[in-house]
Design a protein around this ligand. Structure first.
Ligand code: SF4
Length: 261
């Protein structure tokens, strides 16, 4: 699936699949430390479960997707109220499920000199009218696959259907390759658990796509402080010795499971 480059949102008052809209300090990847506006879309192609490290930290956009409640005008307004912010983090869920919305926001960013980072698991390629400044790609490896019989955050039991859904667009190499070629810049943000269980898969992914070490920002797994600290030191030391970059997720340390931070 790719976006039609003329695909735009005409009605800027219409509620979009945007579930959260807030200001924060970017805390992951190469733009960490910048004040930013976070636009979080709802709906995801995946159903990530990281074992001991828990479910997707934004499960309310994926496993139990909430309804969107903000419009394009709401996005414009938050920038008008915060003229010092010149960054946008477009995240999810899976923003690439919403081509017209992403394209509209990229047009807004372009017209207002806003640096935009699109967080994606890499399931779909989108040809936006202007290439996106930075793709922050978190490919989902086998340590993200839910286990049959496990309970979801809202008490659903994982079944075959959920596994199928999770794996449908997982590790879509063609989409990731096309996205890297089309957009301005990228980095890869793998989630590593305390056992470093996906290293072989990760190395082969990096080799297949010819990704240099400087483009890899490893993230410790964990959807709350306690879970995060289980993998923190191990991942940090591994990155030190492997020559990648470490992205510490300070928003979880500062605010634990609070939303909109
Ligand atoms: S791809 Fe991201 S948003 Fe979707 S379920 Fe996985 S961690 Fe959550």
């Amino acid at each position: 699936m790719s976006a039609n480059k003329t695909n735009r949102i005409q009605d800027h008052n219409k509620k979009m699949p945007i579930v959260e809209l807030y200001t924060a300090v970017q805390s992951e990847g190469s733009r960490a430390g910048y004040p930013t506006v976070v636009v979080r879309t709802t709906g995801c192609t995946h159903r990530c479960y990281f074992g001991q490290a828990g479910w997707c930290d934004s499960w309310y956009t994926s496993i139990h997707a909430e309804k969107g409640q903000y419009s394009i005008n709401d996005v414009k307004q938050i920038y008008a109220k915060n003229p010092h912010i010149k960054e946008m983090m477009l995240t999810g869920g899976s923003p690439t499920m919403h081509p017209a919305l992403v394209n509209e926001l990229i047009n807004f960013s372009h017209d207002n000199q806003i640096f935009t980072t699109l967080e994606t698991e890499g399931s779909h390629f989108l040809a936006t009218d202007y290439p996106i400044d930075l793709l922050s790609i978190s490919p989902k490896f086998s340590n993200s696959v839910p286990k049959l019989g496990v309970e979801t955050p809202q008490g659903k039991i994982v079944n075959e259907k959920m596994l199928k859904q999770h794996n449908k667009f997982r590790l879509n190499y063609a989409a990731i390759q096309q996205s890297i070629a089309y957009h301005h810049d990228y980095h890869i943000k793998p989630v590593l658990d305390a056992e470093l269980s996906i290293l072989d898969e990760l190395e082969s992914f990096l080799k297949n796509l010819n990704i240099p070490d400087s483009k890899v920002w490893a993230m410790p797994a964990g959807d709350d402080r306690a879970a995060l600290f289980k993998s923190y030191g191990t991942v940090m030391n591994y990155v030190r010795d492997r020559g990648w970059r470490f992205t510490p997720r300070p928003h979880i340390m500062a605010f634990d499971t609070e939303r909109c931070v």
